[in-house]
Design a protein around this ligand. Structure first.
Ligand code: AMP
Ligand code: ZN
Length: 114
């Protein structure tokens, strides 16, 4: 059994509110939402952080971003606006070391982030 939380979630060993999945990606609701819409878009492939990407992953990362845009559109947030975030390592607050794209929408998001 993997000790990676998101690998286990993707394998169905941990429950999740999945909103979309395909051969390469799974999108599910964040368990501790920071906005009315807070979804995590996760590749089935285990990659610990953006520091571990290779050129082979360029298409995969592109599909993550395009899925975020599609889910924002599905939710009716594409014109109001939405935020997409990858946190990497300690100072950015990465807590799960399997890359995930946060999609946040449904409230005015401040800048700069905390
Ligand atoms: P990060 O801090 O960028 O690594 O984001 C990890 C995110 O995963 C946090 O927003 C957590 O709330 C979320 N999270 C942790 N465990 C789960 C889970 N079992 N299901 C859904 N989201 C989770
Ligand atoms: Zn993993």
């Amino acid at each position: 059994m993997s000790d990676c939380l998101f690998c286990r979630l993707i394998a169905g060993e941990i429950p999740a509110a999945i909103v979309h999945q395909d051969d390469t990606l799974v999108a599910f609701k964040d368990v501790n939402p920071q906005a009315p819409l807070h979804v995590l878009i996760v590749p089935r492939k285990h990659i610990a952080s953006l520091n571990d990407l290779s050129t082979d992953d360029d298409g995969l990362v592109g599909s993550m971003i395009r899925m975020a845009a599609a889910l924002a559109r599905d939710g009716g947030y594409h014109e109001r606006g939405y935020r997409t975030v990858f946190n990497t390592n300690r100072e950015a607050g990465q807590s799960v070391f399997h890359i995930h794209l946060h999609l946040l929408a449904g409230r005015a998001l401040t800048w700069p982030p905390g």
